[in-house]
Design a protein around this ligand. Structure first.
Ligand code: TTP
Ligand code: MG
Length: 350
């Protein structure tokens, strides 16, 4: 049977926890974020506030212009972490493999828990109900045959959504959506694709190997395959994916590309020395943390194995160019994983 993957993501996570704990805030436009007078940014907003255009990563001052009655609360990370643990426990009780992506988001592989695809859909309903019972929060879920499609599906009917993409319907489901929805396609790639006349995922899916490689290189081919609904990345639990990584937290948040390049060079060299013992790796990943502590990771698995500092630098830089939205960074990290040889000894994890 084809794999069955569920992606789950809590709705308006931080804001929903605040509204849950303070009933007088329910139904109101609220946000969690930094102080407008201290150049704070919005971490997230309740759906009531989103109607006014308030969004994550927006300066709090701007959010108040859009929505003057907006109540901005400071984050309570301990509470969010406690809720996160409860949600992950629900997932682990029902799924064979759970891969947390962030505090409020995880991929679940339920292939071995069900006999038919429809049973996975029923299981997703059970998960939603249990999340509601144990945390009083709503989550949106996507059920599909791989990670990419499950993730896009979970985002389709937020909040409190359950979106199912049946086996064989991946390509039809993706076709009308904008290319931006594909993992790894950022604003610059989106603009480049638009120049080429590609706006919808279906148009990208129709491109031939040669056409796409000539115009967008090997990355283009990866995106084209994803556009066809083909994604064979496994759901993998943390701790299983061993990696060698380095990261630096800057004294002052920085958006200086030459500094980031130099830092990357140093980290790549350091990792390359450790690679001599661990052997070649298949995957390179980077980690970016912004001033508001929002953290993103990006990874790629190039056709050739990664063996040198030069390889790590080159792929790390490509990932940075694609994955970084140019806001100042508090932390920058790079690592390699997915080793070709034996499972190496336990190495430092991100
Ligand atoms: P998301 O799942 O991206 O957002 P959300 O749960 O608030 O809203 P929804 O999923 O319904 O669209 O992020 C989860 C939490 O991560 C969010 O509640 C706050 C935090 N976060 C930041 O701190 N900064 C950011 O830029 C983003 C996007 C999220
Ligand atoms: Mg969420």
């Amino acid at each position: 049977m084809a794999p069955i993957v569920i992606h789950a993501d809590v709705d308006a996570f931080y804001a929903a926890v605040e509204q849950r704990d303070r009933p007088e805030l329910r139904g109101r436009a609220i946000a969690v974020g930094g102080h407008p007078e201290r150049r704070g940014v919005i971490m997230t907003a309740s759906y009531e506030a989103r109607k006014f255009g308030v969004r994550s990563a927006m300066p709090s001052r701007r959010a108040l212009e859009l929505c003057p009655q907006l109540l901005i609360l400071p984050p309570r990370f301990d509470s969010y972490r406690a809720v996160s643990r409860a949600i992950m426990d629900v997932f682990r009780a029902h799924a064979g493999i759970v891969e947390p992506v962030s505090l409020d988001e995880a991929f679940l592989d339920v292939t071995d828990q069900v006999d038919r695809f429809q049973e996975a859909v029923d299981l997703a309903g059970t998960l939603k109900a249990e999340i509601r019972d144990t945390t009083a929060l709503t989550a949106s879920l996507g059920v599909a045959t791989n990670k990419l499609v499950a993730k896009i599906a979970s985002d389709e009917n937020k909040p409190d959504g359950l979106t199912v993409v049946n086996p064989g319907e991946e390509r039809t489901f993706l076709a009308p959506l904008p290319v931006r929805r594909i993992w790894g396609v950022g604003p610059r790639t989106e603009a480049r694709m638009r120049e080429l006349g590609i706006e919808r995922i279906g148009q990208l899916a129709d491109a031939s190997d040669n056409w796409i490689v000539q115009r967008l290189g090997l990355w283009g081919l990866q995106w084209r395959n994803l556009a066809r609904g083909e994604d064979n990345r496994p759901v993998s639990p943390p701790g299983q994916v061993q990696q060698i990584s380095r990261e630096v937290t800057f004294d002052r948040d920085t958006g200086d590309l030459s500094l980031l390049r130099e830092t990357l060079q140093d980290m790549a060299r350091d990792i390359a020395a450790a690679l001599e013992r661990a052997g070649p790796a298949r995957t390179v990943q980077i980690k970016l943390r912004y001033a508001d502590f929002h953290t993103v990771t990006r990874q790629m698995t190039p056709g050739k194995t990664v063996t040198s500092g030069g390889d790590i630098f080159e792929h790390g830089l490509a990932l940075l160019e694609r994955g970084w939205d140019r806001r100042p960074l508090r932390l920058f990290g790079v690592g390699v994983s997915n080793f070709v040889g034996e499972a190496p000894e336990q190495l430092q994890l991100f």
